[in-house]
Design a protein around this ligand. Structure first.
Ligand code: GDP
Length: 139
């Protein structure tokens, strides 16, 4: 089993609804550790760059608007198979498909406001962590 790092983001709807502590308890109940965490308000440019892969999708403008609508919490999680483990804890992208017991299954109703982001591959985890954190911030 490989020890990995992954990037987690608690999206504006999670902060607005005051459920970041509850979400962190899902993370901490698994074997993942939060090794860095900060609250920030994404600029339009940051949100566009972060979700660049979706720039041609019909929901891109809506996504950027949502991601800049309020503060987010970005986190780095570490643990065995952290990338796939966190994807399991998050649940399916569309909360209607997400299983109960997952963050999206328990706290979200709609794909456009699905509470959390998690890297989908080790390569993207490295890029996304570097997008938000300097190595010296990972403790
Ligand atoms: P994720 O890795 O599970 O977050 O899913 P994706 O990378 O496929 O999509 C990125 C984000 O775009 C999702 O988490 C949603 O917030 C958003 N998204 C995806 N599909 C839709 C859609 O059909 N409509 C809207 N409004 N947002 C979407």
């Amino acid at each position: 089993m490989a020890i990995e790092r992954t990037l987690s983001m608690l999206k504006p709807d999670a902060v607005k609804n005051n459920i970041t502590g509850k979400i962190n308890s899902y993370i901490e109940s698994s074997e993942l550790k939060i090794i860095a965490q900060k609250m920030m308000l994404l600029t339009k440019k940051q949100a566009e760059l972060f979700y660049e892969i979706h720039k041609d999708r019909s929901f891109f403008l809506e996504l950027v608007e949502f991601m800049t609508s309020g503060p987010v919490i970005v986190q780095v999680l570490v643990g065995e198979n952290a990338v796939s483990k966190y994807r399991q804890i998050m649940g399916a992208t569309d909360p209607k498909q997400a299983e109960k017991g997952t963050i999206r299954g328990d706290f979200a109703d709609d794909i456009s406001e699905n509470r959390v982001h998690g890297s989908d591959s080790l390569e993207n985890a490295r890029k996304e962590i570097a997008f938000f954190f300097a190595e010296c911030e990972l403790v």
